[in-house]
Design a protein around this ligand. Structure first.
Ligand code: DAH
Length: 353
C-alpha cells in the first residue's frame, strides 16, 4: 500500500466520523447501535484497522496521524455512549408500554359473582369502627370459657338459671360443669380487667352459644358485642350518652334509644336498652308487637362484687358495661324477618347485601 499523507488520513477519519454520526442519528434500536459500535470502534473495527496501517508510516507522520485517530475514537465513543443511553431509555419505555395492563377492557359479565363479607361480619366491623371512633379499643376472648369467667366472677350465683344445663353447652373436660361454650361476651370484661390497668374503654365482640331451639329470633350460636368502661367518676349519664351516640351512628337520626330498669347480676343499677323499631320507625308493627320499641341488650353500672373479683378497689374505680346481640341488631337494621337465614349460607340471601 502506498504511503498515506497526513491530509489523506485526516480526510479518511473525517469521512468515518461523518458516516458514524449520521448512522447513529438514524438508529432507533439498541442492537443496531451496538453493531455500529463494533464495526467502527472495536478491536476489529475500522478505526483499529486504520491504526494498523500507521505501522508503515515514518515516525513523525505516525505520531500525528495516531493523535488524529485517537481523538476521533474518543469523540465517537462519547457520541456512542450518549446515543446508547438514550436508546436504552426509549427501549425501556416501549417495554413498559407493552406490559401495561389495560384494565378498562374488563367487560362486566353478569354471570361473574365475587364473594363478599357476611352481613354479621360487616355489622360487627361497623360497630367496631363506631366504637373506635369514640375512643374504645377492641378486645377478644376465648369461646371456650371456665365457669369462673363466664359466671362466678360476674357475680352470677350458682342458682342463676343461665347456669342450668338446659341453657349452657358444657364441655366434658375437668370437673363436671367447669368448662363451657361462653353464653355471653361478658367474661371478656373479666379478662380485660384482669389483664389491663384502668382507665379501660373497650368493646369485645364475638360468638356466643346457648341451648336455644332455633326460631325466627333465636339461633344456638349468635354474636354479641360487650362494652366496658372503667375509670373514675363515671356516671349513668355517660352510659346513656354512649348508648344513644352509637344508636344514632348505626341506625341514623330517626332512631333513638331508651333505658328501662332491668336486672343483671354484674351491674347495679341495671337497665335494658331498647331502640325505636326500625321497621315502623316507632309507629308500632308486628315485629315490635305494636310497642314501637325493640330490645337490643342490657347495661348498667359495674357491680362492686365484679370489681372485687378482679381485684379493683370499687372505692377508687367505677364504670359501666353493656352487651347486645349483633345478629339482632343486623336483623333490625336490614329488616330480616327470620334470623335463621343468617346462618343458612344460602347465597341467594347473602347476595342481597
Ligand atoms: N351478658 C348479658 C346477656 O347476655 C348482656 C349484658 C347485660 C351485658 C348487661 C352487660 C351488661 O355488659 O351490663 O344477656
Amino acid at each position: 500500500m502506498s504511503q498515506l499523507s497526513l491530509q489523506e488520513i485526516i480526510d479518511i477519519v473525517e469521512k468515518l466520523k461523518k458516516h458514524f454520526r449520521s448512522s447513529l442519528e438514524n438508529l432507533d434500536d439498541v442492537d443496531h447501535a451496538k453493531a455500529l459500535e463494533s464495526e467502527t470502534l472495536s478491536k476489529k473495527g475500522s478505526i483499529a484497522s486504520l491504526n494498523r496501517q500507521l505501522g508503515s508510516l515514518d515516525q513523525e507522520l505516525r505520531q500525528s496521524a495516531g493523535a488524529v485517530i485517537n481523538q476521533a475514537r474518543a469523540e465517537l465513543s462519547a457520541d456512542y455512549e450518549k446515543a446508547l443511553s438514550k436508546l436504552l431509555v426509549q427501549a425501556r419505555i416501549k417495554e413498559l408500554e407493552s406490559e401495561k395492563l389495560d384494565l378498562s377492557e374488563t367487560v362486566f359479565d353478569s354471570s361473574f359473582r365475587s364473594g363478599r363479607t357476611h352481613l354479621i361480619t360487616r355489622t360487627r366491623q361497623e360497630l367496631e369502627d363506631i366504637f373506635i371512633g369514640m375512643g374504645f379499643t377492641v378486645e377478644e376472648g376465648p369461646e371456650v370459657e371456665t365457669d369462673w369467667y363466664n359466671f362466678e366472677a360476674l357475680n352470677i350465683p350458682p342458682y342463676h338459671p343461665a347456669r342450668a344445663g338446659q341453657d349452657s353447652f358444657y364441655l366434658k373436660h375437668g370437673q363436671p360443669e367447669s368448662m363451657l361454650l361462653r353464653t355471653h361476651t361478658s367474661p371478656v370484661q373479666i379478662r380485660v380487667m384482669t389483664s389491663q390497668q384502668p382507665p379501660i374503654y373497650a368493646v369485645m365482640p364475638g360468638r356466643v352459644y346457648r341451648r336455644d331451639t332455633a326460631d325466627a329470633r333465636h339461633t344456638p350460636a349468635f354474636h354479641q358485642i360487650e362494652g366496658l368502661v372503667v375509670d373514675k367518676g363515671i356516671t349513668f349519664a355517660n352510659l346513656a350518652g354512649t348508648i344513644e351516640t352509637f344508636t344514632k351512628a348505626i341506625f341514623g337520626p330517626n332512631i333513638v334509644s331508651r333505658l328501662r330498669p332491668g336486672f343483671f347480676p354484674f351491674t347495679e343499677p341495671s337497665a335494658e336498652f331498647e331502640v325505636t323499631c326500625a321497621i315502623c320507625e316507632g309507629a308500632g308493627c308486628r315485629t315490635c308487637s305494636g310497642t314501637g320499641w325493640i330490645e337490643l341488650g342490657g347495661c348498667g353500672m359495674i357491680d362492686p362484687n365484679v370489681f372485687g373479683a378482679v381485684g379493683l378497689d370499687p372505692e377508687v374505680w367505677n364504670g359501666f358495661a353493656f352487651g347486645f346481640g349483633i345478629d339482632r341488631l343486623a336483623q333490625m337494621r336490614y329488616a330480616i324477618s327470620d334470623m335463621r337465614v343468617l346462618l343458612d349460607n344460602d347465597v341467594r340471601f347473602l347476595r342481597q347485601f
